[in-house]
Structures are given as structure tokens and as C-alpha cells.
Design a protein around this ligand. Structure first.
Ligand code: HEC
Length: 267
């Protein structure tokens, strides 16, 4: 009898302890800084009424494509590193493609871990923006800091790597090449407009809003697909000693600290 009572007391104690543990979890999660309030300086009628729901929908789609890419990578027979100069034989090309897909749909590449490149460049709309009412109203897509947005619509970019360095064609008396609507990613410095362009979105405060492109490398160090990155780019390619406050810097849009006392101010 006494034994049974002891067991009952033990069960109650365990249940209480478990409840306490579970109920403290949200408290510790609350310590996380809440996202800043919506930035909405726009006149009424500019932001579509269904914007928050549509952003959620596209984010769900982005995450499902990311999950698909993760599964595809896990099912892939790893390529073989061979030869001199070394190449990734057999599945090397596929590994490279999957790394691109994983990075393109990775939401961690933004301060609030809510914006992937694919958000504005979705495959099912020709790699442009997939929110009908945004296309009919504000045109530009809100970036990581809701609802900060640029001025232009997202380009359908599958052809972007094929553009030559910006040049003036004497015969046709017109400019050709470069990336972006205005060709400002000329490619003069890097020999490739697309490589020039790629340095833009991660640190554009109206897009991914990271304070530094190094934050991409930092976020890759904790990515689930880090081993794939190291297969493609070489062992040790992510062995970087980041300062201890790197996360704090990278989770701050544009490198600014926003708080109630010092609200975020842009531009
Ligand atoms: C918030 C929306 C948004 C996000 C996120 C975004 N882009 Fe874009 N992208 C745009 C817009 C808008 C343009 C056109 C900008 C301009 O002309 O000034 C563009 C242009 C481009 C172009 C140029 C295409 C051409 O033909 O010249 C490429 C390539 C591109 N983006 C790739 C990316 C990559 C890679 C990422 C992720 C690192 C990314 N984008 C994230 C909106 C976005």
C-alpha cells in the first residue's frame, strides 16, 4: 500500500516537473527579441490588404521547395573527387545544382530569417514575384524588414548569366549587356555582370537587408546542407573564425540596432 502511494507521489511529482519545464519553455523563448513593428509610411491603399497572408503563403511555398531540395540532396549519391586538376565526377553537376537550389530558397539568408531569393523570384511565375495584388499595386516586393520594399518589380532572371559585360554597340548605336533593369551591374570589375549583380540583394536594405555579405558565409556555417557546400567548394571552405557577436550583427537589418528607445530609421 505504502509502495503504491509512493509510486503515485512519484508520478505526480514527475507530471508537475514536466509541466513546469514545458511552461518555462515559452518564457525562455520570449527572451528572443520580437521583430520590429511593421514599417508602413505608405499612403492608404498602397499596401494590398492581403499582404501579410500572401507573404505567409509564399514563405510556405519557399520552405516546401527548400525541404524538397534537402530531400533531393540526401537521396543523392555523393560525387567522387578525382583527377588533377580535381573534379567532382559522376553526380558533381547535380550536387552543384542542388546547392544552388538550397541557397536560393534558404530563408536564413536574411536578418529575420524570413526572406529567400526565391521569395521574389518564384519558378512558377517565370522567376518573378508571385503575389498578384503586389504586381497590381506596389510592384516591388517587401524584403526581410516588413514592409520595406524597393521601387521595381523582380526580374525574370534565368537569362541573367548570359548577358555580356555592358557595352556600346557602334553599329546599332545602343547599349547591350549588364544586369538589372538599368544595367548598373556592368560587370566591369568582375568580368561578369551576374557576379556583380549577386553582391546586391543580400545587403540591399529593401531586400535581404543583411549588414554584410559575410553574413551569408556565417549563416552557411550553421546550414543543414553545410556538408554539401563543403563538397562543392572544398573541405575547410567554411572554417572561418567569426567574432562572437556575429549573429547579433547579422540579425540586425542594415547593421542598425532597433529598439523602442532608438527605433529603426532608414534612408
Ligand atoms: C525583395 C525582392 C527580391 C529578393 C529577395 C531578391 N531579388 Fe533579385 N531582383 C529583385 C528586383 C526588384 C530586381 C531588379 C532590381 C533593379 O533593376 O534595380 C532583381 C534583379 C535580380 C537579377 C538581375 C536579373 C537581370 O536580368 O539583370 C538577378 C540575377 C537577381 N535579382 C538574383 C537574385 C538573387 C540571387 C537573390 C538572393 C540573394 C535575389 N535576387 C533576391 C527583387 C528581389
Amino acid at each position: 500500500m505504502r509502495e503504491r502511494r509512493l509510486i503515485a507521489v512519484l508520478i505526480v511529482c514527475t507530471a508537475v516537473a514536466a509541466t513546469l519545464l514545458v511552461s518555462t519553455l515559452p518564457i525562455s523563448a520570449e527572451k528572443e527579441e520580437p521583430p520590429p513593428p511593421f514599417y508602413n509610411p505608405y499612403p492608404p491603399g498602397i499596401l494590398p490588404a492581403d499582404l501579410p497572408q500572401e507573404i505567409d503563403r509564399v514563405r510556405r511555398e519557399v520552405r516546401s521547395i527548400e525541404a524538397e531540395a534537402l530531400a533531393e540532396w540526401q537521396a543523392l549519391t555523393p560525387p567522387t573527387l578525382t583527377g588533377q586538376p580535381p573534379i567532382l565526377a559522376n553526380t558533381g553537376m547535380r550536387a552543384n545544382q542542388l546547392l544552388g537550389k538550397l541557397m536560393n530558397f534558404d530563408e536564413h539568408m536574411s536578418p529575420f530569417e524570413n526572406r529567400a531569393c526565391g521569395f521574389c523570384h518564384m519558378p512558377y511565375v517565370g522567376f518573378s514575384g508571385p503575389i498578384p495584388l503586389v504586381n497590381l499595386t506596389m510592384v516591388a516586393y517587401p524584403g526581410s524588414y516588413a514592409f520595406r520594399a524597393g521601387k521595381r518589380t523582380a526580374q525574370r532572371y534565368t537569362y541573367a548569366p548570359n548577358f555580356p559585360v555592358l557595352n556600346f554597340n557602334e553599329t546599332q548605336k545602343a547599349f547591350f549587356g549588364g544586369n538589372f533593369w538599368d544595367s548598373r551591374a556592368t560587370g566591369y570589375l568582375l568580368g561578369s555582370p551576374d557576379a556583380n549583380q549577386a553582391q546586391g540583394p543580400p545587403v540591399d536594405t529593401q531586400e535581404h537587408a543583411l549588414p554584410d555579405t559575410a553574413c551569408i558565409a556565417f549563416r552557411l556555417t550553421t546550414a543543414a546542407y553545410r556538408p554539401l557546400f563543403e563538397t562543392v567548394w572544398g573541405a575547410g571552405s567554411l572554417d572561418i573564425k567569426f567574432p562572437p557577436n556575429t549573429e547579433e550583427i547579422c540579425e540586425t537589418p542594415g547593421g542598425l540596432r532597433c529598439s523602442e528607445r532608438t527605433p529603426c530609421q532608414f534612408g
